[in-house]
Design a protein around this ligand. Sequence first.
Ligand SMILES: Cc1cc2nc3c(=O)[nH]c(=O)nc-3n(C[C@H](O)[C@H](O)[C@H](O)COP(=O)(O)OP(=O)(O)OC[C@H]3O[C@@H](n4cnc5c(N)ncnc54)[C@H](O)[C@@H]3O)c2cc1C
Length: 302
Amino acid sequence: MSEYEIVDAKEGAELTDENTIRCLDKGFVRLVDVMGDDSSVVQAARVSYGKGTKSVREDKRLINYLMKHRHTSPFEMVEFKFHCKMPIFVARQWIRHRTASVNELSGRYSVMKDEVWEPSPSDLRKQSQLNKQCSTQETVGEPHASKIIQEFKEDQRRLFEHYNSYLESGIAREIARANLPLSTYTEWYWKIDLHNLFHFLELRLAPEAQREIRVYAEAISEFVKRKCPLSWEAFEEHSLNGVRFSRSEIAILRSVIKENWLMDKIEEMRLNQLKKEGLSDSSIRVELTELREKLTGERLNY
Ligand SMILES: Cc1cc2nc3c(=O)[nH]c(=O)nc-3n(C[C@H](O)[C@H](O)[C@H](O)COP(=O)(O)OP(=O)(O)OC[C@H]3O[C@@H](n4cnc5c(N)ncnc54)[C@H](O)[C@@H]3O)c2cc1C
C-alpha cells in the first residue's frame, strides 16, 4: 500500500453531500477535517488582549478588529483539511499557493484514470482584448462550439489510448503520463490555516481569477462560512470586498474630498451605518477617526 494512494472518490464511503461540493464536470472539494473555529481565533487573541470580552457580540467585534488591523496570527489557529479533485490546469494555478501542505495522487505510482475535463459550450469563452490573461463572458457560439468540443473529446481519447498502449508495452508510468492532456483530473489532500486560506480565497475569488479555479474557491468558501461565520464576515468586510488605493489614487480622492467639503457628509453617512450596527459611542469615535485619517491623510490623536 503506497502512502500516495487516495480513496477513490466515486467509491469512497466518506463522500457525502454534507461534506462534499461537486465542482466542474467531475471534480469536488470534500472537507476532511477542521481544527478550531471562530472561538479559537478569539481564544488566541485574548492572550494578547486579556480576558475582558465574552459575548458573541464582543467576539464578533474582536474578530472584526483583528481582520481590520491585519492582526493575522489568531486566524492561523484554525486549520482546514480538504480532499480535492480538479483538472491539472486548475491544479497548476492552485499549487502556487505555497503556504498549504499538499499530498497529490502520484502518476508514477498509479495508473492515471481516463477522467478529463470536458468543456460545455458555455465554457468556451473568448479571449479578452483588454487583459491578456483573461477571458470574456462571450462564448464562441455554434457551429464552432460543437466542433471544438468534439475535437477536445477526440484528442483526449486518442492521448489516453496511447497512454494505455505505452503502459501495455512496458513503458514506466512516470514516462507514459508525460503526454496526457492538462484536462486530466488529479486529486490531492490540501491543508491550510485560515489566515493563508483567506489569502488564497482573496486571489482566487477575484473576477480576474480563471473561472475554473474560482469554482473551487467558491466551494471552499462555503465550508469556511459554515465553520467560521464571524471570521468569514470580517474577511468579506475588510479583504474580499475592500479595495486598496495607490498613493496617486488616494491623493486625487483626498483632494476631491477636501475641495468639495465632502468629509462631513461622508462622516455622517458612516455614523449612520455604525449606529445601525449597534456600536458603542467610544467604538464609533475610533471608527470615525480612522476613516478621517484614511480619507484626509492626517494623523489624529484619539
Ligand atoms: C489572477 C492571477 C494571475 C496570475 N498569473 C501568474 C502568471 O502569469 N505567472 C505566474 O508565475 N504566476 C501567476 N500567478 C501566481 C501568483 O504570482 C502567486 O504565485 C500566487 O497567486 C500565490 O500567491 P502568494 O505567493 O501570495 O501565495 P502563497 O504562496 O500562499 O504565499 C502567501 C504569502 O506568504 C509569503 N511567502 C510565501 N512564500 C514566500 C517566499 N518564498 N518568499 C517570500 N514570501 C513568501 C508572501 O507574503 C505570500 O503573499 C497568478 C495569480 C493570480 C491570482
